[in-house]
Design a binder for this molecule. Structure first.
Ligand SMILES: Cc1cc2nc3c(=O)[nH]c(=O)nc-3n(C[C@H](O)[C@H](O)[C@H](O)COP(=O)(O)OP(=O)(O)OC[C@H]3O[C@@H](n4cnc5c(N)ncnc54)[C@H](O)[C@@H]3O)c2cc1C
Length: 264
């Protein structure tokens, strides 16, 4: 690791000031991605600004029909939250399936979304549930947030404060986990709203994506067998030591059907 300074402010204003004090400053959430990155000397921040001093960032609360999850809510907190288990069980289930116990107790929703790992689970939920990402500067709609491999719409120094999820009629997330890390080899999130169905896929390509033909078919008839399993072309899908693009394309259809069947 390179040397760096460390601060743990107690207010968002002090976080903003700390970030502004150095162009090489970085936010630290649970450190599940950032700390290994520093250990490998892939990043060289001058200052780490730890968000764990901001108590409000841990809150999970219902706001009307929406559920607001603070950026520092850990995966374990999301998985165990009784309100979420009742109102949005697909999201609690997704969080419960992330990594191992240590990762779930340190990793955060804000860190996961900001990091935009192509195999991360949360991006599928954020996009399928048409969530709003709330930052200290603005609200970003899910469809405009994920830009590519480890790339988001966040500007330098922009801080995710909350994620607002809309409650669907029913939803489910099914992934084929990498047996070592539990990251998604492929994951499919299906959410049925009054005005239509949204399907988001993670793990299969450089960034999360929707499948419009499945959304259209499922909006007309919410039945797993309207999904044509061979719809998604292999071109552009990831092919690596874990799985070929052909295999990922096949998994996509199978998991999408299972997700529709599992919806509750
Ligand atoms: C062994 C292992 C297994 C894992 N398995 C899975 C899995 O199965 N599924 C899955 O989805 N993920 C998995 N993860 C990832 C994990 O879930 C974390 O969410 C992810 O690593 C991000 O970590 P973090 O929240 O601690 O953020 P950090 O590592 O602290 O930060 C990550 C990045 O986000 C930025 N950041 C953090 N918070 C904010 C914020 N509020 N606003 C703006 N930027 C911010 C940081 O500056 C940094 O660039 C795994 C990780 C490990 C180490």
């Amino acid at each position: 690791m390179y040397d760096f300074q460390y601060q743990r402010p107690a207010t968002i204003l002090d976080v903003q000031k700390a970030l502004a004090s150095s162009p090489e400053a970085m936010l630290l959430a649970g450190g599940q991605t950032l700390i290994p990155t520093l250990k490998m000397r892939l990043r060289k921040p001058s200052l780490l600004v730890d968000l764990s001093g901001l108590r409000a960032f841990n809150e999970i609360q219902a706001i009307g029909e929406k559920i607001a999850i603070g950026a520092m809510a850990t995966h374990a907190a999301v998985a165990a939250n009784p309100n979420l288990k009742k109102r949005l069980p697909a999201l609690a289930d997704l969080a419960a399936g992330i990594g191992d116990a240590q990762v779930r107790h340190r990793g955060t929703i804000g860190g996961s979304i900001a990091n935009a790992d192509p195999a991360a689970d949360y991006p599928a939920a954020v996009v399928a549930l048409n969530a709003d990402i709330i930052t200290d500067k603005r609200t970003i709609a899910a469809d405009r947030f994920f830009k590519g491999l480890f790339e988001t719409a966040l500007e330098p120094g922009e801080i995710i404060t909350n994620v607002h999820f809309k409650k669907p009629e029913v939803a489910a997330y099914i992934k084929f986990p990498n047996p070592a890390s539990r990251f998604a080899l492929v994951g499919v999130f299906v959410a049925k709203f009054k005005d239509g169905v949204r399907v988001a896929v993670t793990g299969a390509a450089p960034s999360v994506f929707r499948v419009p033909s499945w959304e259209e078919a499922l909006s007309a008839s919410f039945d797993p067998y309207v999904i044509d399993v061979d719809t998604v072309p292999t071109e552009g899908l990831n092919s690596d030591i874990h799985a070929s693009s052909d295999y990922r394309a096949h998994l996509l259809g199978v998991l999408a059907r299972r997700a529709v069947t599992a919806c509750r």
